[in-house]
Ligand binder design. Structure first.
Ligand code: GDP
Length: 196
């Protein structure tokens, strides 16, 4: 079985513009989620890092696509967070344009990892993001983060609500996850390792 040394991770670049998007035959995994859902924390947990993806960096302010190379085998593509209430219309428009450009271009990623909050019904923005991913036809997994904040009895109904709200086909894996505690890490990692 293929192995991936997640400890070997390097920041490559921030793309603010489609001309800076990376085209390569290497597999690419795109991470998306609303601001504050814990996207940076999930990435850091996955890579055994404290601070590779900046945790809590000004929600909504960084409208860039950030590229990291892992073990010279694949790229991790960190899409800008969305849905932060306090951003200006101009920032929202910038986000929308960049994401339209990203999703319109084929070959920019091979696997989508969409992160939602395990506690709540996905937002309208989450639904829109899931549509973007589903429309590409690329493989998608959904990570339900902050699992540690749920009571055991809440897990199943919440997972069902997420699946139903995002209209996830049976083929889409929904992973209960806690960036804080580490639950779900192995399952997510396995999905990624399968690409190489
Ligand atoms: P991002 O904006 O999506 O990158 O979110 P961050 O990674 O900066 O996390 C936002 C906040 O949620 C921070 O205060 C994190 O400590 C917290 N957080 C992230 N993941 C978890 C988790 O799995 N459980 C709990 N309890 N808190 C989390």
């Amino acid at each position: 079985m293929a192995t991936l040394n997640v400890n070997k991770a390097e920041f490559i670049k921030s793309a603010a513009d489609p001309r800076q998007f990376i085209h390569t035959a290497m597999p690419k995994v795109a991470f998306a989620g609303k601001s504050n859902v814990g996207k940076s924390s999930v990435i850091n947990r996955l890579l055994n890092r404290k601070n590779l993806a900046r945790v809590g960096a000004q929600p909504g302010k960084t409208i860039h696509v950030n590229y990291f190379k892992i073990d010279d085998k694949l790229y991790l593509v960190d899409l800008p967070g969305y849905g932060y209430a306090k951003v200006s219309q101009a920032e929202r428009d910038r986000w929308g344009k960049l994401m339209e450009q990203f999703f319109a271009e084929p070959g920019l990623f091979d696997l989508g990892v969409m992160i939602v909050d395990a506690r709540h019904k996905p937002t309208a923005d989450d639904v829109t993001m899931a549509e973007y991913f589903k429309n590409t036809g690329c493989r998608l997994v959904v990570v339900a983060n902050k699992l540690d904040k749920l009571k055991k009895s809440e897990i199943e109904p919440n997972m069902a609500l997420i699946r139903e709200t995002l209209k996830l086909p049976e083929t889409v894996l929904l992973i209960p996850f806690s960036a804080e505690k580490g639950q779900g890490r192995e399952v997510l990692l396995q999905q990624i390792v399968e690409l190489i």
